[in-house]
Design a protein around this ligand. Structure first.
Ligand code: ATP
Ligand code: LTN
Length: 332
């Protein structure tokens, strides 16, 4: 049976970028692979690589878990859990750090970008982050890892670490394949289309949160930065704002970019944006409704307890065997 695994950090409220690049893909993959097992977790250990307010973090952890459920994942097929509740993530993370080179971590663009944004207080864990992410994946022998474009480099490193370990100690880790959507793997900021839409951004004008009110969602789409050309065409270089809106449109309606540009031929941006505003709101509002129901119910706690138990068993066995392979402890 194939195993598909992914995680999302509770570092802010989930955005439309997270939905299109990650969550929507999970739901589609479940339909395509009804016999696959899904492991989806809340990457709270990753979130604390940058400073978090404990009260907010605790709330966001539950929110990410509830958002997974609200997005329509099949609960029979999915193990949903919280990363920090399974100690083996941190343990294997350390073991893998011992098999990861400084040079590899220094090349990671996420580290370069995030450390550039801060002048002080850059934590050691922000640097070693990819080794923990490799542990998240290799613990569960995942076959596929659906993620957005920004995580591709971390996935490549995970594959390198797994292969290195296998070469040194004999076949042990499954070498995972990334799954990156063809359209929507990198949704850009609505106010600055040169930059990725990000939930931990200081200003909320450039992103649509999955918890935004309907009027605010529509307003953000209508006031998204475009250009003065006035042609609905897909030209990421010269019309990055419009290209981004076209990408959002295509992924939420499952139509092709060509079909959409044809539809708006000879029409201005206003009609295009108004239609897209409705499409985005009609996608998010039902998810939001279910989200609030889940947050107020017992269902979430029960699911997370069940998820913890199931993940724990797999993770414990894998780490014990990994330590033996390396020669740690007394067991042979
Ligand atoms: P942060 O801003 O805190 O770095 P993030 O918004 O980038 O967080 P993550 O938790 O790092 O979100 O990512 C969760 C998943 O969503 C990953 O698979 C990531 O690739 C995907 N993702 C994040 N932002 C986008 C985006 N703008 N477009 C497409 N996919 C995205
Ligand atoms: N680093 C990821 C979140 C993440 C993840 C994972 C994704 C942590 N561990 C394992 C896939 C598999 C991010 O999106 N920032």
């Amino acid at each position: 049976m194939k195993r598909i695994l992914s995680g999302i950090q509770p570092s802010g409220t989930l955005t439309l970028g997270n939905y299109i690049g990650a969550i929507k893909q999970f739901v589609e993959l479940q339909k395509q692979h009804p016999d696959a097992e899904f492991y989806l977790f809340v990457a709270d250990l990753h979130a604390i690589t940058t400073e978090q307010e404990p009260k907010d973090l605790r709330q966001r952890i539950r929110q990410v878990a509830a958002m997974y459920i609200a997005s329509g994942l099949s609960l029979e097929q999915t193990t949903i859990f919280i990363q920090s509740e399974i100690k083996e993530h941190a343990e294997l993370g350390y073991l893998l750090q011992c098999h990861t080179y400084m040079g590899e971590l220094e090349r990671m663009t996420q580290f370069k970008d995030k450390s550039k944004k801060q002048t002080t207080g850059i934590t050691a864990s922000l640097f070693t982050y990819p080794a923990l992410m490799a542990a998240d994946i290799l613990l569960y022998d995942a076959d596929y890892v659906p993620v957005g474009e920004d995580q591709k480099q971390h996935l490549e490193l995970t594959r390198d670490i797994a292969s290195r370990f296998n070469n040194r100690y004999g076949d042990f880790f499954k070498v995972p394949e990334p799954l990156i959507p063809k359209v929507g793997a990198r949704i850009m900021d609505l106010q600055n289309p040169a930059k990725k839409m990000s939930k931990s951004d200081a200003s909320d004008k450039g992103y649509i949160s999955l918890l935004d009110e309907e009027t605010s969602i529509k307003k953000k789409i209508r006031s998204a930065v475009t250009d003065s050309l006035g042609i609905v065409a897909f030209d990421p270089e010269n019309q990055p704002g419009v290209a981004n809106l076209l990408t959002i449109y295509a992924s939420l309606t499952d139509s092709t970019i060509e079909a959409i540009t044809k539809k708006y031929q000879g029409k201005g941006y206003q009609e295009f944006k108004n239609d897209l505003a409705d499409i985005v709101a009609n996608t998010i509002m039902p998810i939001q409704k279910r989200f609030f129901e889940i947050m107020g119910s017992k269902e979430l706690e029960n699911l997370l307890d069940k998820g913890k138990e199931a993940a724990q068993m797999v993770a414990y066995r894998k780490v014990e065997k990994c330590k033996q392979k390396i020669g740690l402890g007394r067991k042979k």
